[in-house]
Design a protein around this ligand. Structure first.
Ligand SMILES: C[S@@+](CC[C@H](N)C(=O)[O-])C[C@H]1O[C@@H](n2cnc3c(N)ncnc32)[C@H](O)[C@@H]1O
Length: 272
């Protein structure tokens, strides 16, 4: 695992903000209002707790659907299948490597860097890469999406799946992902979004708030991390608002595809 170049230092709790900025509750951790400097620490604690059971929980919570959603991201990305040119991909908040492995399997020319702030998630990912014989084409770097330790224009594509809503300063992360893309490079984001089917909406709410934390309690031994995950989904901007944020970060030709009635959405953009 590469050394943590990008981790920020002012994420500890307390009211002192070394940047001199405001420390009022200007952000959210699920439904709780929290100061931005505290959010990352709280998010990290969630993923520290769930890392060992993260992949199993994804299958249980989504009845395996997260696999189809991740496939949909890679299908839309359409990485070149065989080319002599190297295809450099950065998967931000890539956790245990699901997106990276799919891209590496699809494209022999792909070299995928998984960047994630959480050591526990990365350790699971590295082990899985070795088990899949992909360790030579998928590498793991501890890094904060808000301060990516890569040169401008380093990547042909940047992906992020179920990661952006956990990042305290979404605009900063979007700007960073834009910076590290080559001109002509592609950005793809998979994230939970706003359901646009009325009956499904109610069923989904019931399932999310009642069933998901209970499964978390059984499998991880603690319902709290899954309460956060469900609440954070409800706080995340809907499809149109998030598309506007992506445009403001400098991306062009921004397009959205809903999956499962808007339970999740794919956002695509280009650095032109
Ligand atoms: C729900 S998991 C998604 C993992 C993987 N992309 C997937 O789809 O299975 C969210 C990930 O975001 C990471 N994360 C949270 N805040 C981050 C930040 N500021 N920078 C980079 N990664 C972050 C967490 O450590 C966690 O691994």
């Amino acid at each position: 695992m590469v050394a943590p170049h990008g981790r920020q230092v002012n994420m500890s709790s307390g009211t002192a903000d070394r940047t001199g900025g405001a420390t009022e509750a200007d952000n959210t951790f699920g439904f709780r209002a929290v100061p931005t400097p505290d959010k990352q620490r709280l998010v990290d604690a969630v993923f520290d707790k769930v890392a060992g059971r993260y992949d199993l929980m994804n299958d249980l919570m989504s009845a395996g659907l997260h696999r189809a959603w991740k496939d949909a991201l890679v299908n839309w990305l359409a990485p070149p299948r065989a080319t002599s040119l190297r295809y450099a991909v950065l998967d931000v908040a890539g956790g245990t490597g699901d997106i990276a492995f799919r891209i590496a399997r699809r494209s022999e020319s792909a070299r995928v860097t998984v960047a994630d702030i959480n050591k526990e998630m990365l350790a699971v990912g590295e082990k899985r890469a070795a088990e899949r014989g992909l360790a030579d084409r998928v590498s793991f770097v501890e890094a904060n999406a808000e301060a990516l330790p890569f040169a401008a224009g380093a990547f042909d594509a940047v992906t992020i799946a179920f990661g952006i809503r956990n990042v305290p300063r979404i605009e900063v992360a979007l700007a960073e992902m834009h910076r590290v893309l080559k001109p002509g490079g592609r950005f793809l984001c998979l994230e939970f979004s706003a359901v646009d089917v009325a009956a499904l909406d109610r069923l989904y709410d019931f399932y999310s708030f009642n069933v998901v934390p209970r499964i978390g309690g059984w499998v991880v031994g603690d319902a709290e991390p899954y309460r956060y995950l469900v609440e954070s989904i409800r706080k995340f901007p809907n499809q149109a608002r998030f598309a506007a944020m992506i445009e403001r970060a400098g991306f062009a030709r921004v397009a959205v595809r809903n999956l499962a009635g808007g339970i999740v959405a794919l956002h695509s953009g280009w650095k032109l």
